[in-house]
Design a protein around this ligand. Structure first.
Ligand code: 5GP
Ligand code: MN
Length: 330
């Protein structure tokens, strides 16, 4: 963590602060931006939140979502908030291609840029860094940020709910990317009064019957296991997306089912979505780095055991390419 006193000094008087997270925000992205917003507002700052695209509706229970600006839906308002910003906080991403099409505006902006993130290979576009690839989540880092600020008393139930959400989702319910700190922080959040049962219920028991059907179809008809490489692939075609009317959030967590098969160490969910875009979600166990695989072959990145990327090739060729490069990473 860079010197927190630099930021405290800058924010001694009110400023226009903008908080940004990555496209297709997950629980950690939305949780961390709202938590930081609520904290900085308590510090007397004028804070706006800008997201490149919409957040999943399961996170509706979070506080203070009303005035979030979604760039895809309100471009002019988004651009205006960027131009007015004196400080920009970039949360849960470390490369500007994750906030496309805002990347150009951010580069041009003369605002002081703060990056708080836990992904590998940070790009050098910010002025102040809290980048820790050993932390479970950006929400864990926001807690540590507020702690370093010397203001844990400002963590109220709303902020705690946001932070617990990001920790819960980015650790897959405390299954991976954990460390002693994350359990300590979770305990503190529980002490503050976080309703962990309710948060779990909101996030994980919110499926529609249609989502169950999609899961059934994916597991029954679209799963391929490659035992010799300890790998499994689920593929969904553009026709699947149309037939089952699959929206983005509907396939959240699908890739993790593959890792439930004994002996599987690398899982891939490869899909061509309704808009034609081809994306990959990759997961692995132990020392196998899907971050390298995504970075080297699919213009992506992420973490060692959870990464994502995209492909410009047709779906069949994308799968072929994935199978060809796979053995190098096992
Ligand atoms: P998911 O498969 O859940 O979309 O993403 C898994 C992880 O990989 C997340 O931490 C996410 O931030 C990262 N990730 C997903 N897609 C991309 C991408 O296109 N580029 C980079 N750099 N990281 C990605
Ligand atoms: Mn995260």
């Amino acid at each position: 963590m860079d010197d927190i006193d630099i930021l405290k000094k800058k924010l001694r008087t009110p400023h226009n602060v903008l908080i940004l997270a990555h496209r297709n925000p997950d629980g950690d992205a939305i949780g961390s931006v709202v938590a930081l917003k609520l904290f900085l507002e308590q510090c007397g700052q004028d804070v706006k939140v800008l997201l490149p695209s919409e957040y999943p509706s399961v996170f509706q229970y979070l506080p203070s979502l009303e005035d979030i600006i979604i760039y895809d839906l309100s471009r002019e308002k988004g651009r205006k908030s960027l131009r007015a910003a004196e400080l920009i906080f970039c949360l849960d991403f470390n490369s500007l291609d994750r906030v496309d099409p805002l990347a150009m505006e951010i580069t041009k902006s003369s605002a002081y840029k703060v990056l708080i993130d836990h992904h590998l290979d940070p790009e050098p576009f910010a002025d102040w860094y809290l980048s820790d690839t050993n932390s479970s989540s950006t929400c864990e880092l926001i807690y540590r940020f507020i702690e370093a600020w010397g203001a844990t008393e400002k963590i109220n139930i709303e902020i705690a709910t946001c932070l617990f959400t990001g920790i819960l989702t980015d650790t897959g319910s405390f299954k991976y990317a954990t460390n002693p700190e994350v359990y300590r922080i979770a305990a503190e959040l529980k002490r503050i009064g976080v309703d962990d049962y309710a948060i779990n219920d909101y996030i994980f028991n919110s499926w529609t019957k249609r989502q169950m059907t999609i899961l059934g179809h994916a597991l029954r008809n679209r799963l391929e296991v490659i035992p010799e490489h300890h790998a499994g692939i689920i593929t969904l075609t553009q026709q699947d997306y149309q037939k089952y009317q699959i929206a983005r959030g509907d396939t959240e967590g699908l890739v993790n089912y593959i890792l439930m098969i004994k002996g599987i160490k690398l899982a891939a969910f490869i899909r061509q979505m309704t808009n034609g875009e081809i994306r990959l979600s990759l997961r692995s166990k132990g020392d196998i780095s899907v971050q390298h695989l995504a970075r080297d072959h699919f213009s992506g990145g992420g973490h060692k055991n959870a990464a994502g990327g995209s492909s410009q090739l047709p779906l069949a060729e994308t799968i072929e390419k994935f199978k060809n490069v796979l053995p190098q990473y096992i």
